[in-house]
Design a protein around this ligand. Structure first.
Ligand SMILES: [Cu+2]
Length: 226
């Protein structure tokens, strides 16, 4: 499994506040539907890291990285192939250096003073049947979900949420069973790769660095996968 940058080029100067990335990949098929599911040879997705901190997982050739809360100057952007369980294939990665010189710098986002964050799954309901793609909706309070802050320095009161299946613990901060991440009130999941029967789906609050809040703040719903 190999991934490389098509754009930007190594050494490029970035002046915009979001960075469009295009990658090339070989040796596997891209599937976000399979993410967080058992490893399948020849299937995976890729991760992008900014300064060696995970931004997100992707499964199309084009991705966008926000420069929110990124300081001007030299930064390292890395693309890494990942298996369904998010294990990265180090031999297949590529790193480039970028020089961020914002033409119109974004105002930095600062920590919030909100306390007692919470997340609650609104739909589907316990016992609902799901097959193929399905939507999980949540209500979040006292917390500021932000995709622009994916992989950036942690900020109190900011982060996003992960959806996990059957477990939210384990290696890589529990990401082995992560279907994906979200920063709105909904997430599109897929039952692809799951055995039919009852599975637990977790929605958990995490910080910008993808670590679950401590203590865990999550909700869980048991659904029947068909
Ligand atoms: Cu995350």
């Amino acid at each position: 499994m190999v991934t490389k940058f098509v754009t930007p080029k190594d050494g490029a100067t970035v002046t915009g506040n979001s960075l469009d990335v295009q990658i090339a990949f070989s040796g596997f098929r891209l599937s976000c539907a399979q993410a967080g599911k058992p490893v399948v040879a020849g299937v995976g997705h890729y991760h992008i890291e900014l300064d060696h901190a995970l931004v997100n997982m992707y499964c199309t050739e084009k991705a966008t990285v926000s420069m929110q809360n990124v300081a001007p100057g030299q930064h390292t952007l890395t693309v890494l192939p990942a298996m369904n369980n998010h294990m990265e294939v180090e031999e297949g990665k590529q790193s480039i250096t970028l020089n961020y010189q914002p033409a119109q710098p974004l105002p930095a986002i600062a920590a919030s003073t909100a306390t007692k964050p919470s997340i609650k799954i609104l739909t589907p309901h316990a016992g609902d049947k799901v097959s193929g793609t399905f939507t999980i909706t949540v209500a979040i309070s006292n917390f500021n979900p932000s995709c622009d802050l994916f992989g950036k320095a942690d900020l109190a009161g900011y982060g996003h949420w992960h959806v996990n299946v059957d477990s939210m613990s384990g290696p890589m901060m529990g990401m082995g069973t992560m279907l994906g991440m979200a920063c709105s009130n909904s997430f599109q999941g897929s039952t692809e790769g799951l055995t039919p029967g009852t599975h637990s789906f977790f929605a958990l609050l995490v910080d910008n660095q993808h670590a679950p809040l401590m203590p865990d703040i999550f909700d869980k719903v048991d659904l029947v996968v068909q």
